[in-house]
Design a protein. Structure first.
Length: 356
């Protein structure tokens, strides 16, 4: 039997290093640029489609956060990269959405890639690459499309709440990563609820024609994808905490250590749920096997009861004239009585053995 699964074709394109070529699935028709420029006393927000409108904020002794939504417009991204003197390999990695979380250190900026996970339209789990460039007085973030987990952070900056307006770009970097990691906890909690729902489904009495194995298999693939997206971030945060760079102030390391504790907690939860998902299929097969054993047990008991009755009926069903009991007047009724006594006796025996 031939597999109906469609075969994938793989093609390698060897481009020159530093080529800014978008590799991703999300095609935003318009590149949206959100610019937030702030200090302790001042706050300014601007929305644009042209990155050149953000250029005049550079070097104004305030922190500038430029968020770019949409990576297929590589021309605008190259303009922004050239203005902030970003390395060509950095721009190449920004538009390549297949990277695992990583940290690159340069003389005048840090480059971080991580995966942002969030729910959209209820139960749709979105996996999106987030690239962060951190300079002395600026933070650049690059997303594939609209939608992120930074609404609370934007509100805190706008209202002047918390420490963001009082600290530099390194703290803004921490706040962005902290928002991403906190949302991991929300995703993991929802994932745990899914596992509990499937456990309840497994223990339902009627499991015939069930889609439970397919659901478990889909859950296994999902937990592996979450693990690949989250697990490498632990090493990234650990490197950030131990790094001695002019951009990261000493007080920020305390927050990074707390962030490291959070990502460790997330990874431990993922490992626990991973083991639980792996055991769900075994649990399902065990329950199905036990129910099948119960059916076989009933059939075996019925066969054990009717074997002696079949033997008696077979003996007296033979066509011989010299069977003495055949010519007795009450032989038919006596045979029925014996067979009923054997039947009752077998039931009593099985009851005492607790097989019934």
């Amino acid at each position: 039997m031939k597999s109906k699964r469609k075969k994938k074709s793989y093609k390698t394109v060897n481009r020159s290093p530093g080529t800014v070529h978008y590799r991703g699935k999300k095609q935003s028709t318009v590149t949206a640029i959100d610019i937030i420029n702030y200090s302790k006393e001042n706050y300014h927000k601007l929305e644009a489609q042209d990155v050149e409108k953000a250029f005049h904020f550079k070097g104004n002794d305030q922190v500038t956060w430029i968020n770019v939504n949409g990576l297929n417009n590589t021309t605008e991204i190259e303009k922004l990269g050239n203005h902030y003197d970003l390395h060509p390999l950095t721009l190449e990695d920004v538009v390549n959405t297949n990277h695992r979380p990583k940290l690159d250190e340069f003389d005048d900026y840090l480059f971080i890639i991580l995966k942002m996970l969030y729910f959209k339209n209820g139960d749709d789990l979105i996996y999106e690459q987030l690239s962060i460039v951190v300079g002395a007085d600026y933070v650049l973030t690059f997303q594939e499309s609209d939608g992120d987990v930074f609404d609370d952070l934007r509100e805190r900056i706008s209202a002047g709440k918390g420490r963001v307006r009082n600290l530099g770009s390194d703290y803004l970097m921490y706040a962005l990563m902290d928002a991403v990691v906190d949302n991991y906890l929300t995703v993991i909690e929802a994932f745990g609820d899914k596992i509990e729902d499937i456990e309840d489904l497994i223990f339902e009495t009627d499991t015939e024609n069930s889609q439970t194995p397919n659901t478990i298999q889909a859950l296994k693939r999902e937990v592996l994808k979450i693990r690949r997206s989250v697990f490498p971030l632990r090493e990234v945060i650990n490197r950030l905490d131990k790094m001695e760079h002019a951009i990261i102030e000493e007080k920020t390391h305390n927050f990074l250590r707390d962030l490291y504790d959070h990502i460790v907690q997330v990874n431990e939860s993922i490992e626990v749920y991973r083991e639980m998902v792996w055991s769900l299929l075994d649990m399902y097969m065990t329950i199905i096997s036990n129910k099948m054993n119960e059916v076989m047990k009933v059939l075996t008991i019925m066969a054990s009861i009717f074997i002696p009755l079949t033997f008696i009926a077979g003996v007296y069903g033979m066509n011989f004239d010299n069977i003495p009991e055949l010519h007795y007047k009450y032989s038919y009724f006596i045979l029925w009585g014996v067979m009923i006594l054997v039947f009752i006796g077998m039931l009593v025996y099985f009851r005492k053995k607790k097989w019934l």
